[in-house]
Write a protein that binds this ligand. Structure first.
Ligand SMILES: CC(C)(COP(=O)(O)OP(=O)(O)OC[C@H]1O[C@@H](n2cnc3c(N)ncnc32)[C@H](O)[C@@H]1OP(=O)(O)O)[C@@H](O)C(=O)NCCC(=O)NCCS
Length: 156
């Protein structure tokens, strides 16, 4: 972990990052990656905030979140480049985006995750999230015969 954090730079998103983030998105999400337009919309939504993880001037991961009701924030997306997964970058991004939520008065972090995305569900559970519900037709694309998502939440 030490050699990863030593090289990793955390910074905010710039509009010119969008092409590189779209490439990362396509590689990280084998099903249903966000379109470039959707990514641009999420990153520039009112109140949205983000963190970008960069290593040797290459974007290795990102997280972006949005305000919901008072004290509640939703993680819209979090992704790490497949070549850089399982090195702790996801945990760092999650920690940083939750820190930004708390700085904005956040009490609860929520997210939606494909119900067949077992590795991501485990990742979130390992970081204190619990499943609070199931959304049957959350996604427009089927994956493993499901369009469903779990909603997960954590008290910050
Ligand atoms: C989910 C995701 C963001 C996690 O990112 P990540 O950088 O791999 O996360 P971490 O490295 O912090 O943790 C992942 C695993 O690596 C392990 N790990 C972390 N540092 C490690 C190290 N130095 N050496 C060995 N293993 C390590 C963690 O313990 C964890 O293990 P587990 O899977 O057995 O529980 C990433 O897998 C991803 O981008 N997935 C595709 C997109 C996606 O599904 N996003 C979520 C949609 S809601």
């Amino acid at each position: 972990m030490a050699n990863v954090t030593a090289l990793l730079i955390l910074r905010h998103f710039y509009p010119e990052d969008i092409a590189e983030i779209k490439r990362l998105e396509n590689q990280a999400f084998t099903v249903g990656p966000y379109s470039r337009r959707m990514l641009r919309k999420i990153f520039s939504s009112p109140g949205a905030f983000n963190v970008i993880a960069e290593e040797e001037k290459k974007i290795m991961g990102y997280a972006v979140a949005m305000p919901m009701e008072q004290g509640v924030f939703d993680i819209e997306s979090i992704a790490v480049h497949p070549d850089s997964q399982k090195k702790g970058i996801g945990a760092i991004l999650l920690f940083e985006i939750e820190k930004q939520m708390k700085q904005r008065g956040g009490k609860i972090s929520i997210l939606e995750v494909r119900d067949k995305n077992e590795s991501a569900i485990k990742f979130y559970k390992d970081h204190g999230y619990e499943i609070t519900g199931h959304l049957d037709n959350y996604y427009s694309l089927k994956h493993n015969e499901s369009r469903g998502a779990y909603r997960m939440a954590k008290n910050l």
